[in-house]
Design a protein around this ligand. Structure first.
Ligand SMILES: Nc1ncnc2c1ncn2[C@@H]1O[C@H](COP(=O)(O)OP(=O)(O)OP(=O)(O)O)[C@@H](O)[C@H]1O
Ligand SMILES: O=P(O)(O)OC[C@H]1O[C@H](OP(=O)(O)OP(=O)(O)O)[C@H](O)[C@@H]1O
Ligand SMILES: [Mg+2]
Length: 294
């Protein structure tokens, strides 16, 4: 670890790696080429990436081996429930990708349909500490069966009566005849840091956070252009998501029509465009915004 260079722990491969590398690239961080390397050096920022399994990221940051890391809140919370040092780590920035939910689920129409039904039952999970904490808070006594993955098969294999696992679309639960009945934790990727292990790279961390914020904001921000009847301007403004003060400009040769330009700070759904069209909006364009800075 050379002095002045910040070390960032990133998952070697998987969902967090994909999202993490995309975010770094969009933030202008250029990585030097390295084949199969476990360390990647940034060319234009004093930053080194350490590529490891996501489960190891909280302890690497807590021990000071890395100054900061990108990890799922689910993995962070599980590690924090086991280690006070990890529990003391700071979430510097929420990153808005790898969104998923840790849920309790059980076979459809089986004996477990609620948290109370878990009393005396067996629950399979890769998150034993979070599951135990949840059960303790609810005053439920149950057996926890730890599994490394493929947790959804446990009820069918008669290893457990219920599971506590990650859900995103719900397709895996459905494919295994399971239904969720309780949320234990909402999760997304987060940037964590250990202020004592920045190795003189505090300014680099601040720069990364500012750029990440800009990328995250631009991802959910869109630029909308459309033509609208002058007399329905208020109606259209009311449905533009999160638009503050749109620019309204004349359209050459048309006294009854205006052009509207607006920056929308919330997601623009198809249903929004349908509402705009119903209010007389025409030639509607939704454009991505590449970079933003407040
Ligand atoms: N189905 C999903 N949809 C969205 N995010 C998910 C989903 N499943 C997991 N995640 C998030 O992505 C993180 C990484 O998931 P991934 O499957 O890549 O990890 P892994 O198999 O544990 O990888 P590793 O080899 O690094 O241990 C999870 O900890 C969670 O935060
Ligand atoms: O609700 P869904 O969209 O179906 O996603 C949920 C599944 O995704 C993850 O598994 P992954 O695909 O990473 O496989 P793994 O169990 O081998 O980790 C998670 O452990 C669930 O099994
Ligand atoms: Mg893992």
């Amino acid at each position: 670890m050379s002095a002045g260079r910040l070390t960032l722990a990133v998952q070697k491969s998987g969902r967090l790696a994909e999202g993490g590398f995309d975010l770094l690239k969009q933030s202008g961080v250029k990585l030097a080429y390295a084949r199969d390397a476990l360390m990647r050096r940034a060319e234009n920022v004093p930053l080194d990436l350490m590529l490891i399994r996501d489960d190891d990221i909280p302890s690497f940051v807590a021990s000071g081996s890395c100054g900061c890391g990108i990890v799922g809140e689910n993995v962070l919370a599980e590690a924090a429930a086991r280690s006070p040092r990890v529990a003391g780590l700071e979430i510097v920035q929420r990153l808005g990708f790898a969104r998923c939910t840790l849920k309790l689920a059980a076979p459809l129409e089986g004996p477990v349909q609620s948290v109370a039904d878990l009393e005396g039952r067996a629950i399979a999970t890769s998150y034993p500490a979070l599951t135990a904490k949840f059960l303790q808070e609810r005053g439920i006594m149950a057996e926890i069966v730890e599994m490394g993955g493929s947790v959804e098969v446990a009820p069918r294999m008669k290893i457990a009566d219920a599971i506590c696992d990650l859900v995103s679309t719900g397709a895996t639960l459905e494919a295994n005849g399971l239904a969720a009945f309780e949320t234990v934790l909402e999760s997304e990727a987060v940037l964590i840091a250990n202020p004592e292990a920045l190795n003189g790279g505090g300014a680099t961390l601040d720069l990364l956070v500012e750029r990440f914020k800009g990328v995250i904001a631009s991802r959910q921000t869109k630029y909308i252009l459309l033509n609208a009847p002058k007399d329905r301007l208020d109606e259209i403004r009311a449905v533009l998501p999160g638009a503050d003060a749109p620019t309204v400009a004349p359209v050459v040769g048309r006294d009854d029509v205006v052009a509207i330009h607006a920056v929308c700070t919330e997601e623009v759904f198809w249903s929004t465009l349908e509402q705009i069209k119903a209010a007389g909006g025409r030639s509607i364009l939704v454009l991505p915004i590449e970079k933003m800075m407040a």
